[in-house]
Design a protein. Structure first.
Ligand code: SF4
Ligand code: MG
Length: 362
């Protein structure tokens, strides 16, 4: 992804014409084959728009997306069809994305029909096999989406995405509409499918625990820009951007190591409470009220462990992306902001070992 930009004209009344929502404001990053890149940030930071551009649902204003070395915007004909097969999207709300009038088997066969792959019998067979792979028995094939639980629907959402044998899955908040007790099962299913089919994931979420569990590398977005990107352990143990530090300090129960300015790190919460997947693999895949581990761990996580307030904890609201602050867009919320931060945009600079940060004072 190179210098990707998506600006929308402002449509609402009362605002001057010609103003723009800077949803994505010039981002560059790589997704490496076989990895999971987590994309994290508050709602409205541009992460869904980024995901939708990569999945060819939204056309970029400028910049380039290259897949296997080829520009996706320039792909035509068979190249474009191959691209549409190889990059698939898993949506946040599987209910909204599944046709309510079709039985599940027809929902799964549809992508094959659209791409004219196989005859009716092979399509049916592949759909039945896929149902089983995602942990649902054959009886689900005759049901409708409204007869399924949220977790079962997301299993179908994942199955449908896999029908075309994609290589890159763009998952946009795939578990945030689900009960906490079901989230771990869906995350583990995604991991299992990744191993089985050698998939690459772009995993979009506002939930730092979920992103930590899923990702090899993590990119943090703020107001349409990537402010930090690093291997997962590095970013969680030694975040360099004040925004990342603020997000991590907001996680309930994150143990305070010091009352100083820096975020608690290293042996803080992230070295242990992330047990989302613990013991889940042995459990029957369709058991919705299933494992206690995740919810127990979560309630433990939520219990405050410290009375002290962390000076790095994120405060304030994200500004409107129509009137982005000058200079470093984070400066109104940054505890370390100084005059220069209001004037110039800090570049994304390498801090070693694949760790990049967009801050004058990392
Ligand atoms: Fe804070 Fe300045 Fe760094 Fe921006 S550049 S995050 S305002 S210290
Ligand atoms: Mg979103």
């Amino acid at each position: 992804v190179q210098s990707l930009v998506k600006h929308y004209p402002v449509a609402s009344q009362g605002l001057r014409r010609g103003r723009l929502v800077r949803a994505v404001d010039g981002i560059s990053f790589d997704i490496l084959e076989g990895e999971t890149l987590g994309l994290v940030g508050e709602s409205g930071c541009g992460k869904s728009t980024t995901a939708h551009m990569i999945a060819s649902l939204v056309r970029p204003t400028s910049g380039a997306i290259r897949y296997g070395g080829k520009s996706t915007a320039e792909a035509k004909g068979s190249e474009q069809r191959a691209l549409r097969r190889e990059i698939q999207l898993v949506f946040q709300d599987p209910y909204a994305s599944l046709n309510p009038r079709h039985r599940i088997l027809a929902v799964l066969e549809e992508p094959l029909r659209v791409h004219r792959l196989g005859d009716q019998r092979t399509r049916r067979k592949q759909a039945e096999e896929m149902l089983e792979l995602v942990g649902l028995d054959a009886s689900f094939g005759r049901r409708y989406a409204h007869e399924l639980s949220g977790g079962q629907r997301q299993r179908i959402g994942i199955a449908r995405a896999l029908m075309l044998q994609p290589r890159l899955i763009v998952a946009d908040e795939p578990v945030s509409a689900l009960d906490v007790s079901v989230q771990a099962q869906i995350l583990n299913l995604l991991k299992e499918m990744q191993r089985k089919f050698s998939l690459t994931y772009l995993f979009v979420s506002h939930d730092l625990n979920v992103v930590h569990y899923m990702s090899d590398r993590v990119a943090v977005m703020y107001l349409g820009k990537i402010v930090e990107i690093a291997p997962v352990d590095r970013i969680y143990s030694s975040p360099l951007h004040p925004y990342t530090q603020g997000l991590l300090a907001l996680i309930p129960g994150k143990r305070q190591e010091s009352r100083g300015g820096r975020t608690a790190s290293g042996s803080g919460a992230f070295s242990r409470p992330l047990l989302l997947g613990e013991g889940l693999s042995e459990l029957p895949a369709t058991k919705e009220d299933g494992p206690r581990t995740f919810s127990e761990e979560t309630s433990e996580l939520m219990a405050p462990r410290s009375e002290t307030t962390n000076p790095t904890a994120l405060t304030g609201e994200m500004p409107d992306p129509v009137s982005t602050p000058s200079g470093c867009a984070f400066h109104p919320r940054c505890p370390w902001a100084r005059e220069g931060c209001r004037q110039a945009v800090p570049p994304l600079q390498e801090a070693g070992d694949g760790h990049y940060v967009r801050c004058f004072l990392p």
